[in-house]
Design a protein around this ligand. Structure first.
Ligand SMILES: NC(=O)c1ccc[n+]([C@@H]2O[C@H](COP(=O)([O-])OP(=O)(O)OC[C@H]3O[C@@H](n4cnc5c(N)ncnc54)[C@H](OP(=O)(O)O)[C@@H]3O)[C@@H](O)[C@H]2O)c1
Length: 318
């Protein structure tokens, strides 16, 4: 068991929870270094980022959906340098700059640590010119955006409505859809409207009046609804879609399926992450970083995300 009082194995610093609760339960502890399996990549972590799933795991909200094993190191995004590889690994080598989205099937060994061990299939090389902060902020949000657009079959010329367009996933959905030739309408509070315009979307304010505001911009309805918030926004889908329109949600599987749409739960795919990193390197995809915290302040980073109004991403550096 770890963390140990008497340790023989090499140790590292990590953010750790021994019980679920508010972000205050996060401590910085000395724990055993991760093991490197036959197809694992051991990464010396330079940066990670906060996704809402991280504070939900800390709170214990997902215990019914994914097996949890306390104590838990939170964090699923990583960028850093390869320190060791298992004997079956061929795609990367010691010293490479890499990034990964590593959701474990059993939640225990995350990325808010000095070292993390991830499966080779999740890893992509980070191109020159892309910082570890950008690369560490990209994986979960970028892959979710790409996989949601794929699930909805978004094509050149579609009009796409994105609910919660200014957040980590939304910022990526807007840019990828616009890059693919779609016209994008995004919901955000008025303080984020200029930001959405910069990303390539026509902004509308969420809440009361949303349906009328969208209909004003797209009188015949939109071709695709991308739901990143659920609730009333998702429920309004039938009033917003054009005939034959498609919808996708990353929040509410049951409701979106009742509405004839698709649910996406993001998968770690190194090849797809590599394509996204290339788009960052060539300036197509902007990774907006709202705030950066050192590992010691992981609890503050989680609180910042939990507030629900981050523009882009909160980054943690190690
Ligand atoms: N199924 C999956 O695989 C998957 C993957 C990734 C994320 N998720 C989930 O998807 C959700 C979004 O993730 P995220 O990383 O994008 O979160 P995030 O970065 O924390 O989202 C923050 C954004 O949400 C916006 N927002 C808050 N309330 C809103 C509302 N009522 N209507 C529209 N926008 C609103 C805020 O805009 P303003 O500041 O302008 O209000 C802010 O920009 C989370 O619940 C997350 O757990 C699921």
């Amino acid at each position: 068991m770890w963390p140990r009082e008497l340790r023989l194995a090499p140790t590292m610093r990590a953010a750790l929870i021994r019980a679920h609760g508010e972000p205050d339960v996060v401590e910085i502890a000395e724990v055993d270094e991760p093991l490197v399996g036959p197809d694992s990549v051991l990464i010396e972590v330079a940066a990670s980022s906060v996704n809402p799933v991280d504070w939900k795991i800390v709170a214990g909200n997902l215990q019914g959906a994914i097996p949890h094993h306390l104590p838990i190191i939170p964090g699923w995004d990583v960028a850093g340098t390869v320190q060791a590889v298992g004997p079956a690994v061929t795609a990367v080598a010691v010293g490479d700059r890499v990034a990964a989205y590593d959701r474990e099937d059993h939640v225990q060994h995350g990325t808010y640590a000095e070292l993390t061990s991830v499966p080779e299939r999740t890893v992509a090389k980070v191109p020159d010119g892309v910082s570890f902060e950008q690369a560490g902020a990209l994986p979960l949000a970028g892959l979710t955006a790409a996989q949601a657009l794929d699930a909805a079959g978004v094509i050149d010329g579609d009009t796409v409505l994105v609910h919660a367009a200014a957040g980590g996933v939304g910022s990526m959905v807007v840019q990828l859809a616009a890059h693919g030739g779609a016209r994008v309408i995004g919901t955000a509070s008025p303080t984020n409207h200029d930001y959405l315009r910069d990303l390539g979307a026509e902004p509308v304010t969420y809440g009361d009046g949303l349906v009328d505001a969208v209909r004003k911009l797209a009188p015949d309805g939109v071709d695709v609804v991308v739901d990143l918030i659920g609730g009333d926004a998702l429920a309004a889908t039938p009033k917003l879609l054009a005939d034959g329109g498609r919808s996708v949600s990353i929040i509410d599987a049951a409701t979106v399926r009742e509405l004839g749409g698709a649910y996406v739960f993001v998968r770690g795919r190194g090849g797809q992450l590599g394509e996204l990193l290339t788009l960052v390197a060539d300036g197509t995809l902007r990774v907006e970083i709202a705030e950066t915290f050192p590992l010691d302040r992981t609890a503050d980073a989680l609180r910042a995300s939990k507030g629900g109004h981050v523009r882009g991403k909160v980054v943690i550096t190690v």
